[in-house]
Design a binder for this molecule. Structure first.
Ligand code: ZN
Length: 141
């Protein structure tokens, strides 16, 4: 599991998102939360995009949500994905109230196998020693 072996582009965690990546490394999903609005928000910033306030913290997510929409990719846009097409990306509405973009895995890349509102749960993929990705798979309702 070295960086050299992972053939795809890797995310470069921003300082604001450091807590998120520390979490995924431990196979935990953490989402920023505004104490003034009493709402989670996405993506990570050190202020709340709803009220502009800085009374924010990180809260651990249960990792459950539903598919808002999805796309099946039949062509690799980068050589790293050549062996994986078709694959699925999706916007996931987490139960925490935020919408995040990720991959849908452990499901057939077939429009008949996937539907909007389908319940999903987070799974973690350790891709290098430094980076663990949060992806989603179908869950029981
Ligand atoms: Zn707020």
């Amino acid at each position: 599991m070295s960086d050299q072996k992972y053939p795809k582009p890797l995310p470069t965690p921003s300082p604001e998102a450091q807590r998120f990546w520390e979490g995924t490394k431990k196979h935990e999903l953490w989402i920023p939360y505004c104490r003034s609005c009493e709402k989670s928000y996405w993506y990570p910033r050190d202020f709340c995009p709803q009220c502009g306030g800085r009374d924010v913290e990180w809260r651990r997510s249960g990792g459950k949500g539903r598919v808002h929409t999805f796309a099946i990719h039949y062509r690799a846009f980068h050589p790293g994905w050549t062996d994986e097409v078709p694959y699925v990306t999706a916007l996931i509405d987490l139960d925490d109230g935020v919408r995040i973009f990720s991959n849908l895995v452990e499901v057939e890349a077939d429009p008949k196998a996937i539907r909007c509102e389908m319940p999903v749960e987070v799974v973690f993929e350790d891709v290098t020693d430094e980076i663990t990705l949060a992806k989603f798979r179908p869950a029981s309702a």
